[in-house]
Design a protein. Structure first.
Length: 305
């Protein structure tokens, strides 16, 4: 598959975000001097574009310190925005690495229903297969029959084995079987789907804690990664999801989905700025190849426009 379509989709996706930023900034570039009032307006425009107050304040400070050197052109402001965003994003851009030891490496995937969790699991599995790792899936979202079915369909499509159990069954039993099978068969990576019903936070927390206990008994370092899948189209909601899942699941990294075609991609920056969690990859479409490494420079340029 050529590189162009996804890159276009990504730019297209962030284009909505940058257009929104552009709309928010329009009218601010007619004045001759970058005065305090204009700086305030720019800061507000950045906040309105989901980039978050801390990022907006940083950009404002940079603009304030450079206002005489750079002049007040829209391009100049965008350049400063891009530079500041890249500074925030660069430290969190971290691919999901599979360590050499121990086997299997266990990746718990968490997130609210509809965030793109199942699709992301399939995309990750596909990515690992391409790197010649053996992959096993575990359908740990036993709460929804549809989730089990959907993951099965993906497993068949990409040709990876899957452990499933009955609807309403104990997810930790599935995880137990998954680790046993992966260990016996020398499978490198076990990717575990989990329930996403935040409505019952206590129930979810207990369920995830039990999965962790079972995993820990079999393989003390497991889970090696707890990946939270976030839907970019939910904007600021994504931030509260990080908050909750950090508490209930001990999140170690993020994948942000649906960055193709949302005006709310700026939330990626707010998440990086506020939580500093690794961003492993981004989802830019519904297809199996639509999970991309996270490139901070590219994202910063695309958002700043
Ligand atoms: P889950 O309920 O969290 O498991 O979510 P699913 O994986 O079923 O995804 C929900 C919907 O979002 C499905 O229609 C997916 O095809 C779609 N989806 C997932 N990731 C992306 C993405 O990166 N871009 C787009 N456009 N759609 C996505």
């Amino acid at each position: 598959m050529s590189e162009t379509p996804w890159l276009e989709r990504l730019r297209g996706g962030f284009k909505k975000t940058s257009d929104r930023l552009g709309d928010n900034l329009t009218g601010l570039f007619t004045k001759a001097v970058l005065d305090e009032a204009t700086l305030d307006e720019i800061e507000e425009a950045l906040i309105a574009s989901d980039l978050g107050p801390a990022t907006a304040a940083k950009v404002r400070d940079r603009l304030a310190s450079e206002r005489y050197e750079r002049g007040l052109t829209e391009a100049g402001v965008r350049e400063v925005v891009a530079e500041e965003l890249a500074k925030i994003l660069a430290p969190v851009a971290t691919p999901l690495e599979i360590d050499a030891f121990p086997r299997p490496q266990v990746i718990l995937v968490v997130g609210v229903n509809g965030s793109g969790k199942t699709t992301t699991i399939a995309k990750l599995a596909h990515l690992f297969l391409e790197q010649d790792y053996g992959v096993l899936l575990a359908a740990g979202d036993t709460f929804r029959a549809a989730a089990i079915g959907q993951l099965k369909v993906w497993a068949e499509r990409i040709g990876v084995p899957i452990i499933t159990g009955p609807e309403g069954g104990d997810p930790s039993a599935i995880v137990f079987d998954g680790v046993k099978k992966a260990t016996a068969e020398g499978i490198d990576v076990l990717i575990v789907d989990t329930a996403g019903r935040l409505q019952n936070k206590k129930g979810l927390m207990d369920e995830l804690a039990k999965i962790r206990r079972v995993l820990g008994r079999l393989n003390p370092a497991a889970p090696h990664n707890v990946v939270l899948v976030l839907d970019a189209t939910t904007g600021q909601n994504a931030l509260s999801q990080i908050e909750v899942f950090k508490e209930v699941a001990g999140v170690t990294g993020l994948v942000m989905t649906k960055l193709d075609g949302t005006a709310r991609g700026g939330v990626l920056v707010a998440a990086a700025e506020q939580y500093g969690l690794p961003i492993h990859a981004i989802g830019v479409g519904e297809g199996i190849d639509d999970l991309r490494p996270f490139d901070p420079e590219e994202a910063a340029r695309a958002i700043a426009g």
